[in-house]
Design a protein around this ligand. Structure first.
Ligand code: 6PG
Length: 445
């Protein structure tokens, strides 16, 4: 009999199975597709003790009770199909774990459905990609406490060590909080990716720097406080070649997404929170994809000249934007806690992201050590730091504006900071206008 079942043996499922097997956990693996299962044991000898099935009945019978079954398939129809299949086959008190990127709203409904069948549920966000999941992912969990208590030993064997010396998994609450925290992680990731990409774009378009020069700057930054996994992989990709030309000269610039950023934006809109940097990061993916650009860029003639870049300003602008991104994400988490009656700990989220996750970085460690992340609005330090970094951002934005370079997320960071720093906003006149045409109430101070 096996200790644990995994459904969905794609790239992430295979990494998870290999990680578990290497850590002495006997796993049963199920996938509808033979392609995923053929050669699995040949390719990965560590899977020797695992049990591989394409028959759901045999798969279920091979797992010791109460069964723990992890689903790693895309959310949507594939996930729905697996959940209804498991509901038919599992016994009372078996544990069903959704380890995919699932919209927290869907996770909530799935939990209710599963609970009504006397099964236990965990909604679990897994970060790290193919390599991270193999070596020790970052795992964000929500759902039935009783289920969590039964699987935590397994997760402590397959995760990494965090900055606080704990293992990189955490239980965030008894509902859909696990998927919510993963969604926030991904929103932060979108902005981090866009910031790095905007910097590369600013440098290359100056016509003074080549890919190697950008990589050199990133390498230098990677040795200081600006270090991150995303910066590290970006610098590798900058100098990668394909058929003798640089990958970046050949790669199509249409950026895809799998929806997690959109979900976070929708949650923020519902809660009335500003995540303007995420909004900009998502917009830039949309703009890259739609055909407005392919028409417009034939009609508007670009007139790009050489320009200089002040690298101290650039580093400070980057620092400013990264801090503001986390600030916006923290406030959204605070707002969700208040509105939904949750108790998600922001410091625990940062701790669990500090190793194994795609957004692991020195900044996460610094946020944990130097800032009041669970009460960020009471932290004078973050406002002082942003104020000190602001001239660098203004300098870089000047360069970008004068030279027709779009820097998604940078403008939004400054605009946001200027707005939250102001005791009096343009919205006074908005209220006056609403009052005129709709007799909407206004407050007179
Ligand atoms: C992770 C990643 C992972 C995945 C997302 C990225 O933490 O391991 O976030 O979950 O790469 O799909 O999102 P997009 O495909 O939407 O960019």
């Amino acid at each position: 009999m096996s200790d644990f079942g995994i459904i969905g043996i794609g790239r992430i499922g295979t990494s998870m199975a290999r990680n578990m097997s290497s850590n002495g956990i006997i796993v049963s693996l199920f996938d509808k597709s033979h392609n995923s299962l053929d050669n699995l044991k040949n390719d990965y000898p560590e899977l020797d003790s695992s049990l591989v099935f394409d028959d759901i009945n045999k798969f279920i019978s091979s797992i010791s009770k109460p069964r723990k079954v992890l689903i790693l398939v895309p959310s949507g129809p594939a996930l729905d199909e697996v959940i209804s299949l498991l509901i038919q086959h599992l016994d009372s008190n078996d544990i069903l774990i959704d380890g995919g990127n699932t919209n927290p709203n869907v996770s909530f409904v799935n939990h209710q459905t599963i609970k009504s069948k006397n099964l236990l549920y965990l909604g679990m966000g897994v970060s790290g990609g193919v390599k991270g999941v193999l070596e020790g992912p970052s795992i964000m969990i929500g759902g039935d406490t009783n289920a969590f208590n039964q699987v935590k030993n397994i997760f402590s064997r397959i995760t990494s060590e965090t900055i606080n010396g704990s293992k990189s998994f955490e239980f965030f609450g008894d509902s859909n909080q696990g998927h919510f925290v993963k969604m926030i992680h991904n929103g932060i990731e979108y902005v981090e990716m866009q910031l790095i990409s905007s910097i590369y774009y600013l440098m290359i378009n100056s016509k003074k720097y080549k890919y190697e020069d950008v990589a050199k700057i990133f390498k230098k930054w990677n040795d200081i406080d600006l270090n991150s996994y995303l910066l590290e992989i970006s610098l590798l990709k900058l100098t990668e070649k394909t058929d003798d030309s640089y990958l970046l000269d050949r790669i199509d610039d249409k950026a895809d997404d799998n929806g997690t950023g959109r979900w976070m934006l929708k949650h923020a809109v519902d809660l009335g929170c500003s995540v303007s940097m995420l909004n900009s990061a998502i917009d830039s993916r949309f703009i890259s994809n739609n055909n407005t650009r392919s028409k417009a860029n034939k009609l508007i003639i670009e007139d790009k000249k050489e320009y200089d870049i002040d690298f101290e300003s650039l580093a400070n602008a980057y620092r400013f934007c990264r801090l503001t991104n986390y600030f916006q994400a923290f406030l959204l988490m605070d707002s969700a806690n208040q509105s939904y009656g949750w108790n998600i700990s922001i410091s625990n989220a940062l701790n669990v992201w500090s190793n194994g996750s795609i957004i692991k970085s020195n900044l996460i460690n610094a946020l944990l050590n130097d800032y009041l992340v669970d009460n960020i609005l009471d932290d004078k330090n973050i406002f002082n730091n942003l104020n000190e970094l602001k001239p660098g951002l203004i300098n870089i934005l000047n360069t970008s504006l004068i030279n027709d370079i779009s820097l998604p997320c940078f403008n939004e960071a400054l605009n946001y900071f200027n707005q939250i720093s102001s005791p009096s906003l343009s919205t006074k006149l908005i209220q006056a206008q609403r009052n005129y045409f709709g007799s909407h109430k206004i407050k007179i101070n």
